[in-house]
Ligand binder design. Sequence first.
Ligand code: TYM
Length: 330
Amino acid sequence: MKRMLSGIKPTGQLHLGNYIGALRHFVEYQDEYEMFAFIANLHCITVPQDPKELSDNLRDCVALYLACGLDPDRANIFLQTDVRAHAQLGYIMCCHTYMGELNRMTQFKDKMAHGEKNLSGGLYTYPSLMAADILLYDPDYVPVGEDQKQHVELTRDLAIRMNNRYGELFKVPEPLVAKVGARIMSLSDPSKKMSKSDETNKGCIYLLDDLKKARKKVMSAVTDNYANVHFDPENQPGISNLMQILSSLSEDRPMGDIEQEFAGKGYGEFKRSVADAVCAKLEEIQAKYKQVLESGAINDALSRGAAKANEYADAKLAKVQSAIGMEIIR
Ligand code: TYM
């Protein structure tokens, strides 16, 4: 059985972009692949966090993994900090990453370009830790949204570099980026991606948003003057974004199908259909989220997941350290 690994960094509440671009694929693939789905809580602290908010977000993230359909009987679900080998291999990967490579990572470059002050060293070196997250488990595929593809490509380069230097240590993984929904845009500014750090809060639909609020966000999404529901991300980014959301939430319905249904109809009617699909999905997820919180399933899932993950990760770390010559007992 081929293996897959991915993670989400709960620096805030999970949103529709995380669900459409990543989480729904973890769920889809859990039967076909040996799945490792973790919560990247070391990555969270690369930017300042309020401790109470962070621990609430962590709990919600696990609860949402389960509520969206990840099943601890079929997938290994764990917290990054419950597997210490992540931090240790992360340091080793950092020592094998060139500063030039880290300088080219767009997320860090963007923050620098915005003139953000007091950026942490952790934020700069985080792609090396992400490489460790992946390479510890030798996955074949890493399902991610578009914005993380660059990090998986760096991971491939690092794996190849270390294999060349020390002998075969790591499988070289492939990023898996879906054709539709890999970059869901902000509803209030479709030139930016939907993100947890949306300051206006109007462009981002959180999975735990009140349904009325979510509907309002969709109904006030920025569109255009073409009065034509047509898939053209360059010229009609707002409408195309809503089409991607609708398609992703209705079993990847083809764009031509959606265009046909709404031909000659106004944007109001189209937006109502998108809002209906979004609210139906949120309602389903939120009902399961409540059940998960009441059931105590979180602790059970995390301890089972961590036990399995530690088995793989410890063995890989020992192999790497020995190959580098960092161990005395072989
Ligand atoms: P994070 O937490 O920013 O995002 C989690 C996943 O959601 C996807 N995503 C989106 N997809 C579509 N549209 C959007 N607007 C959108 N926003 C986010 C991301 O591409 C990602 O797949 N560094 C990672 C977490 C991580 C990780 C890993 C992932 C740490 N180690 C190892 C995979 C493998 C991150 O910050 O993702």
